[in-house]
Design a protein around this ligand. Sequence first.
Ligand code: SF4
Length: 127
Amino acid sequence: MTTPGGQKCTGRSEDILSFPCEVNPEFWFSKRSTEIREAKEACGHCPVRPECAELGQDEEFGIWGGLGPDDRAAEKRLQLISLEAMINSRIRIMQAEGMSISAMARELDMPRTTLVRRLRRATGLAA
Ligand code: SF4
């Protein structure tokens, strides 16, 4: 693969000192779609891509681990939706088991008032 900086990156550990983003960092903070696309493509072959994506998950700017700000925001929304679904599923199970609101709140490590508000808000989860 040829990096945005014109270097050859094979993804081997000895290439770590010449990550594409270190050679040509402006591509990773560019506003041009072609440069952003090339930066993301280069990240896709980087041996530390997962770690880099995790490191940059709260960064406001730049491409980190192949993810730009919009990608990171979309990923966080998906994580939140998934977490909400998991909590709702646990609540339904606990309700089916006949647990009290207080016991459910303790189980979820959630303030009782928050759980009550949540139950009132959610359809199909009447308190
Ligand atoms: S994954 Fe991270 S370290 Fe690797 S090229 Fe992309 S921005 Fe650089």
